[in-house]
Design a protein around this ligand. Structure first.
Ligand code: SF4
Length: 383
């Protein structure tokens, strides 16, 4: 029986650069979009042999801003992917990331017609001044307009992104954001929320603005309070925190991301995309020129290959599984790696369990509430 795999497609184009962004994304490069899309299609077709032994369960268009480019390009990639479809069971979830100011009714119709069935929209904040502080070009009204288009087209499988801490955000304003998100989710059947912790990367515009005193961030205590507020407010409203940063209504957990967190295999196509299969991780070049050139000259786009040994795989598995609410199933770990987790990681687990960062019951090991707050300290034990 074929194994399951997820497909990631990177669309690296954006209308403008958000101040905090350090993703591989390009503005004002519309002249290369068609060549880039052709290259992605070529890269998919070059991997037909590998993909023939898999069952493609999920497809994810991420970016960048996939909704920035003409929807015909997304349709073109979907047409190529469909050539690989072996049965109706494939492509159970096909997600596209959207920005509120680049959605149109026509684009949404094209997405639906080509088989996209999940929509992930970047809201980040409901406060326009905060959106401005981080260089987002949309407003809360743009987001609400997008929601009305979802409703008009009977789209229900929608996820939204929110961020914290942000410059200009206070506990009260974050509470307001969460309440607005909850109200909107009732009105527009939004079923999934991803929360992102703002990271200030060196050499970004946000880094410059913070270092030079033009903006400031909430302090650590406020950030901690925002995190608790997020979890408590959403859980009280019926949302399940199924992963450390993700909340869903029952049945709407992201299958694509669950595949990552369960250490499933995936193939990434496009500039800077990474893949994981047969125990190795591959990373594509992060230069769009090199990527297009590689595809034109039939040379490899991969700039890094990392062969993971059994110990690497076990450590990675532990970190990924601990992100999930249910944590690690002790028997499943044994079956997967033919080793007892307590024999191999006795010291680390003893330390984390005795310090109440992990909870161990008969069958599972999972993060305690305290462990979730300091998850990075838990991961460090396995790096
Ligand atoms: S939309 Fe996403 S990828 Fe594009 S600039 Fe903003 S954060 Fe970066």
């Amino acid at each position: 029986m074929n194994k399951n795999i997820g497909i990631y497609i990177h669309i690296p184009f954006c209308a403008s650069k958000c101040y905090y962004c350090d993703f591989t994304s390009y503005c004002n490069r519309d002249e290369v979009i068609q060549d880039y899309i052709n290259s992605v299609c070529n890269e998919i077709l070059k991997n037909v042999e590998i993909l023939s032994s898999y069952h493609i369960i999920t497809v994810y268009f991420g970016g960048g801003t996939p909704s920035y480019i003409n929807s015909n390009y997304i349709v073109q990639i979907m047409e190529v992917l469909k050539l690989l479809q072996k049965d109706e069971d494939e492509f159970r979830e096909v997600t596209i990331e959207l920005n509120p100011n680049s959605i149109t009714e026509e684009k949404l119709k094209d997405y639906l017609n080509c088989g996209i069935n999940r929509f992930s929209i970047g809201l980040q904040s409901t406060h326009n001044d905060i959106l401005k502080n981080i260089g987002r070009k949309h407003t809360f009204d743009d987001f609400k307009h997008s929601c009305s288009l979802f409703k008009k087209l009977n789209i229900t499988n929608v996820s939204l992104d929110i961020m914290y801490p942000l410059p200009g955000l206070t506990i009260e304003r974050f509470h307001e954001t969460l309440n607005q998100v909850i109200d909107i989710s009732k009105e527009y059947a939004i079923e999934h929320i991803s929360s992102y912790n703002l990271e200030v990367h060196p050499n970004t515009k946000l880094d410059f603005l913070l270092k030079n005193g033009f903006l400031s961030l909430p302090n650590e205590d406020e950030e901690y309070e925002m995190r608790n507020l997020l979890i408590n407010t959403l859980e009280k409203a019926g949302w399940k925190q199924y992963e450390i940063s993700n909340f869903a209504k029952p049945g709407y957990e992201s299958l694509h991301n669950l595949n990552y967190w369960n250490q499933g295999e995936y193939l990434g196509f496009g500039v800077a995309a990474s893949s994981f299969f047969d125990g190795s991780r591959y990373t594509n070049t992060n230069s769009i020129e090199d990527y297009i050139e590689s595809m034109a000259t039939s040379t490899s786009t991969v700039i890094e290959k990392d062969d993971l040994d059994k110990l690497d795989l076990m450590k990675e598995y532990i970190i990924l599984k601990l992100r999930l609410k249910e944590g690690i199933d002790i028997d499943k770990f044994k079956t997967k790696f033919n080793s007892d987790i307590f024999d191999l990681f006795e010291q680390e687990l003893d330390y984390l369990i005795s310090n109440r960062l992990l909870i161990h019951d008969d069958k599972q090991i999972y993060l305690s509430d305290r462990g979730k707050e300091v998850a990075n300290l838990v991961w460090e034990k396995f790096i």
